[in-house]
Design a protein around this ligand. Sequence first.
Ligand code: ADP
Ligand code: MG
Length: 142
Amino acid sequence: MGAAKERTLSIIKPDATRRNLTGKINAKFEDSGLHIVAQKRLHLTQEQAEKFYEVHRERPFFKDLVKFMISGPVVVQVLEGPDAVSQNRKIMGATNPANAEPGTIRKEFAESIEANSVHGSDSLDNAKREITFFFSETEIVG
Ligand code: ADP
Ligand code: MG
């Protein structure tokens, strides 16, 4: 039996949209076998960003993170494929680009630990919650 087909939530962050890197980042996903089955460009409101990153509310970087996430447009997307959650985390690389493996999105494109170009769900449960945060089922076409 092969790996289970999963869906995960990805966000191309404002540092990357600002530098016109959407296509280059999407190529990384597609080259690794992930399919972009939903995608839209949004400018998050402060309320949306705070709600999305709710789990980090008590962290010292929370306020700055929200400010960064609303500093420009983002591209929210659903990625689908075998082991999509962990596969995407692998392609993204470590949170801090200084620790990211060569060839990963964050190694190649991130500006800093905060402006690190992409978000990806960290578990299947969070993927389901985060996909529902941005997309209705009819907007996802596998
Ligand atoms: P990841 O995005 O790799 O899952 P976290 O969930 O721990 O990382 O953090 C969420 C986001 O918060 C990170 O992607 C990054 O933009 C920001 N962040 C995390 N740690 C720091 C930090 N020490 N300083 C500033 N921003 C941070
Ligand atoms: Mg996280």
